[in-house]
Each structure stands twice: as C-alpha cells, then as structure tokens.
Ligand binder design. Structure first.
Ligand code: UT7
Length: 350
C-alpha cells in the first residue's frame, strides 16, 4: 500500500513515552548466558535495555506514555474518539489492551482496539489513524506503540535474548492547518513470517503442557534472514515513499528508523545517503522495543532538541509478518502551546 496524502492535513500534536525503570546491561546478561558485552555491542550496538517487573504489563507502560502525549496535545482524554494500540504483547489476548487503556484513561466514547503487525505496528497504526481522521470517522486519535517482549523472550537463547527490551510510546493525531503526514508505504511478506514468530498460543497450536514445556510460546527468530530482510526493506520502503511524495533524501531533516540493530541502521543510512547527524539512534540504551521503538526514538529526538516544527521526518519500521512501513511527515509538534517536548521519557517500576 502506498499513497501521498495530498488531501487532509493531519499531524502529531502530542508525544510521550515510558520505559521500565529496571536497566539490564550486557554484563548482567553474560552472567546467565554464553555471551559477552563485546559481542553484543559489536554485533548489535546495544549496551543495555529496560526490562519490566513481573507484575508490569503493556498497559502499565502505555498509560504514562499516553498521559504524557495527551498533556502535550492538550484537551481532555474524553476528546479522543479513536485509540489504537500496536503491540504483539497485549496484557492478554482479549479484551484488547486498547479497551483496557481507554478505560484507564477515561475515554468512554473512543473506538479502542489492538493492531498486530510486529515491530511495524506503530507505522501501521499511524496510517490507520490518519485514514480515519482524513475520512471523517475520527476527530482525535491516540496511537500507542509498545511491547513487553521480555515476557515472551526465551531467556536461555542467546541469539534472541540479548536483542530486546521493553517500552511504549504514544502520540495524539488530529487535523492541523498545514504540515503533518505527507505519505505512507506499508507492506507484508507472509512467506517470510516463518523467520520471526511465536508458534503457540493461537488457534493453530493452543496452549498445552507440551507446548509450554517445548518453549513454543517464546519468540523464535532466524537472525541472519531477518537481517537481510531488514536491510532490504529499510532502503526500498524509504525510497518508495519519498518518490511517491515527490521528495528526495536531501529533503529529509530527520530519519527515524526502527531500532533493532545499529548495523542494520548503518547499512540503510549508507545506502540511502542520509547524513549521520540526521539519524536518530537509541538502540544502544533500549535494545529493540518492537512497536515502542519508533515513538521512543521520536521522544528521544525531541528531548535532545533534534525535532523541530517544519522539519521533514522519515520513519521506517520493519518486523514480524514479515512487515514493513514508512511515513513521511512535516513535523508540526503541539499546536496549542502546551508543549513539554523536551521532557524525557517517563519510567515505571522500581
Ligand atoms: O525487529 C526485527 C527483529 N529482529 C531483527 O532485526 C534482528 C535481525 N538480525 C540481527 O540483528 C543479527 O542477525 C543478530 C544480531 C541476531 C545476529 O548477528 P549475526 O552477525 O547475524 O550473527 P549470526 O546469527 O550469524 O551468528 C554468528 C555467531 C554464531 O556462532 P558460530 O556459529 O559462528 O560459532 C552464533 O552462535 O555468533 C553466535 N552468537 C552469539 N555469540 C555470543 C549468536 N548470538 C550470540 C550472543 N553472544 N548473544
């Protein structure tokens, strides 16, 4: 799916994020796994990640992130009529974390649901919220991207356990006079889905004592295959959306790629020819937070003074599905002067 948004002007007017307080370093992991700080840093760029406490679920991270985004955008939570939570680690299969969160935030009139597109979920949810607002179905949307992958990672598998972290981000979308989203490009390659999956717990393989004992409820990944896919789609998706919008790489002020591995980001940056100082990288501090990755990176860029109204921002995600998705937008920031855009992410837990 590809399209330039030459009609309705819709933008992000509030941004927030939240990570668990608990920091787990590479050295911490090397105490229980046959790995090392050196291997993890060299092969992935990750130094540490945030890991939720046993009692913390996705909505516990999403709630502070959403409150921060709403505070920045201004207005009452009840003004939100659409809430999409992009995640593969909802609090439970149903009710959706969207419905749980709408209740916790006090949004009685919002349509609320979850969206599953792996690490690309946030990009899919942005496009969906844009379409609902542009189509007149929604006037104000809250989009959350977040995951608590630590709950589904196999902590005895060094090839996956070192990569992931927990975190959530949230944005408010609404109509603006100028700027905002310029185009989207989204896609999925189900044939490649086998390279990154969680086999059990659905209707194909319901939970049994054997499925649990066999680790079938934990993430399985063919790292090198996902690496090849990631480097390919980060480049092709960016090129396609830019061409559709009549833009070139030279027009991009800020590039916000999915934070999975710094080597994947470096490859895309080199191939696309984007200047390094225009690239947001925080995978070193958070690891791969799946759907939380891009909103966390946006919030970091805002806190670091890298994100300003009028800038052209390119975001590209990729992940399980296999899926990918890009958006280009002219950043507007909050439009009501209620801004706290230089505030760091919230943390929860102890
Ligand atoms: O959001 C999307 C989700 N996923 C991704 O984007 C991940 C994409 N893939 C990757 O980032 C990389 O493929 C990994 C970081 C997962 C792996 O890096 P790699 O350079 O592709 O390594 P590899 O899988 O080819 O493994 C190389 C070696 C192997 O040992 P041998 O067979 O050469 O002796 C692995 O067993 O590294 C070994 N290895 C490790 N060694 C120390 C794998 N994981 C570790 C580890 N510590 N944590």
């Amino acid at each position: 799916m590809i399209g330039a948004t030459n009609g309705a002007r819709v933008s992000i007017t509030g941004l927030g994020c939240c990570t668990p307080e608990r920091v787990v370093t590479n050295d911490d992991l090397s105490r229980t796994l046959d790995t090392s700080d050196e291997w993890i840093r060299e092969r992935t760029g990750i130094r540490e990640r945030r890991i939720a406490l046993p009692e913390q679920a996705l909505s516990d991270l999403a709630l502070p992130a959403a409150r921060q985004a709403l505070a920045q955008a201004g207005g009452e939570p009840s003004s939100i009529d659409l809430l999409i939570v992009a995640t593969v680690t909802p609090d439970m299969v149903f009710p959706s974390s969207g419905a749980v969160l709408a209740d916790r935030l006090g949004m009685p009139d919002a349509a609320a649901y979850d969206l599953s597109a792996g690490c690309t979920g946030f990009m899919y949810a942005l496009a969906q919220a844009y379409g609902m607002i542009a189509g007149g179905l929604s006037s104000r949307a809250l989009v959350v991207g977040g995951d608590v992958l630590s709950k589904i990672v196999d902590w005895s598998d060094r090839s996956t356990a070192v990569l992931f972290g927990d975190g959530a981000g949230a944005v408010v979308l609404e109509a603006v006079d100028a700027g905002g989203f310029l185009g989207f490009e989204l896609g999925a390659d189900g044939a490649g889905g086998v390279h990154l999956n969680l086999p059990a717990g659905g209707s194909r393989m319901p939970a049994t004592a054997e499925s649990v004992a066999g680790g079938q409820h934990l993430v399985k990944m063919n790292g090198p295959e996902v690496f090849k896919f990631a480097t390919r789609v980060l480049v092709s998706s960016a090129e396609r959306v830019l061409a559709e919008c009549g833009l070139s790489v030279a027009d991009i002020d800020l590039y916000v790629p999915h934070q999975a591995n710094v080597r994947i980001i470096d490859y895309a940056v080199r191939k696309l020819g984007i200047a390094r100082e225009r690239v947001v990288v925080n995978v070193d501090r958070f690891g791969n937070t799946s759907s939380g990755s891009i909103p966390l990176a946006l919030a970091d860029a805002a806190a670091d003074g890298m994100l300003h109204p009028g800038q052209t921002v390119l975001m590209t995600g990729m992940g399980a599905g296999l899926t990918w998705g890009s958006a280009v937008m002219e950043w507007t920031g909050q439009t009501n002067g209620n801004g706290q855009s230089r505030r760091r992410e919230e943390t929860v837990g102890g």
